[in-house]
Design a protein around this ligand. Sequence first.
Ligand code: AMP
Length: 221
Amino acid sequence: MRLVLLGLPGVGKGTQASLIARESNTPHYSTGDIFREILKSSSLLSRKVAKYVNEGELVPDDIVFEMVKKFIAGDEVNANGWVLDGFPRNKRQAEMLDDLLEEESHRLNFAIHLTVSRNILVNRLYGRRVCSNCGAIYNLSMNPTQKEGICDKCGGMLERRKDDSKETILKRISIFESEFLPLRKYYQDQGILIEVNGESRVQDVFNQIKERLEIGQERRN
Ligand code: AMP
């Protein structure tokens, strides 16, 4: 299946995308993770995107799309589909993705929107910690590590993402909100929007997504 995950920063897109990808044995591609990797290098691209990513602003559509296009172009490798997380962020990106898929005689199966209230979200993002080694995601209150500051999976040091400061969090939320309604309508009009409450426990949210995907597929068959 070809899926995109939509939702406010911190709603749990990354966590759910990797669960869906593992279950369906498809790759998970996160544009945010790729940008954070790029920032570790001293390339021209890194210099181009650093300002946007560190300040919580959207990287220009054309730059993001080039990256996504390269990933999708490896589609023979991804014959069973993929899960995109963090892309599209606006209607223009969604249209670019559809045009590309159409060229390859494919289509997007579903857009999954994880919903969450603003207050819960700010607390989640503020308490979010990421392993600097393997990228595992934790939360100080909801999903802490056994040893403070140390990743349970690989023993790496936990760190706070640069764009998880309070000021940048509020900016990212307001950018998301201004771009999101047209994007939501775009997928709703295509009949492929699935909305799931992202406030419950990780496994419950995942079960709901699976259930809704199954219902959605049955309806389409
Ligand atoms: P995320 O981890 O998805 O919250 O993304 C982190 C940052 O990467 C965002 O605040 C943007 O600066 C950039 N980014 C990720 N995906 C996109 C996208 N589809 N369009 C524009 N910028 C993006």
